[in-house]
Write a protein that binds this ligand. Structure first.
Ligand code: CA
Length: 221
């Protein structure tokens, strides 16, 4: 999952981006509203975490402009403006949720999972295609009837990208876009390496090759 964090406070920005990277998200961090708009127009983000008090373009204006472009991007507002009117105007402007600062990172993570859950085809908190299920809280995956196994951050991110839409084929570029942030070093055979290690843990059939196009997990339900 690729997340754009827009936050001009250095300390909050650092702690949020580090915590999300630990959870397996690819996080790009920007500090003003203008660059946020530019980034959203050229990358496929799965989530936007948006501060409201921002230099150059206010968070509410960023939000309004994104929604005018009819982008379905999930947005969570992070704000010190705890007045009830600010929360109402944020939600009315198209935010999916909001969190008032200071917040606990654990709560932020839970809200992110809740917002992303609404985007996926799985009904429960786990992502599943009926063969393998993935728990975003523990970062463990489990093939039905077998023990669950802990994944590395990248393995988790890759399997998550595929399990959000079972049956959909993701190319190498699309997978890289989902699991790497700006500045991450991408080795040329990295995706094959992660797929190999997931298959070693769960069986070769878990991720299917679609020759010349990319990879997918089976759609069974
Ligand atoms: Ca701010």
């Amino acid at each position: 999952m690729r997340v754009l964090l827009v936050e001009d406070d250095q300390m909050i920005g650092e702690s949020v981006s580090e915590s999300l990277a630990d959870m397996g998200y690819a996080v790009d961090w920007l500090k003003d509203g203008d660059s946020a708009l530019a980034a959203v127009s050229c990358h496929q983000y799965d989530l936007l975490l948006l501060d409201l008090g921002l230099p150059r373009l206010d968070g509410i204006d960023v939000l309004t402009k994104i929604r005018k472009q009819q982008k379905p991007l999930p947005i969570i507002i992070l704000t010190a403006r705890d007045a009830i009117e600010d929360r109402i105007s944020g939600l009315d402007a198209g935010a999916d949720d909001y969190l008032v600062k200071p917040f606990a990172l654990g709560e932020l993570n839970a809200r992110i999972r809740a917002v992303l859950r609404r985007q996926s085809t799985s009904a429960g908190p786990q992502l599943s295609n009926g063969i393998i299920s993935l728990d975003p809280v523990t970062r463990e995956a489990q093939v039905t009837g077998k023990d669950s196994i802990r994944l590395s951050a990248r393995e988790f991110a890759l399997l998550q990208a595929l399990l959000v839409r079972p049956g959909a084929i993701l190319s190498r570029g699309e997978i890289e876009e989902k699991i790497y942030a700006w500045g991450d070093e991408v080795e040329s055979n990295a995706i094959e390496f992660f797929i190999h290690s997931i298959r070693k843990k769960f069986g070769a059939d878990i991720i299917k090759n679609v020759r010349g196009l990319g990879w997918m997990v089976a759609k069974t339900n």
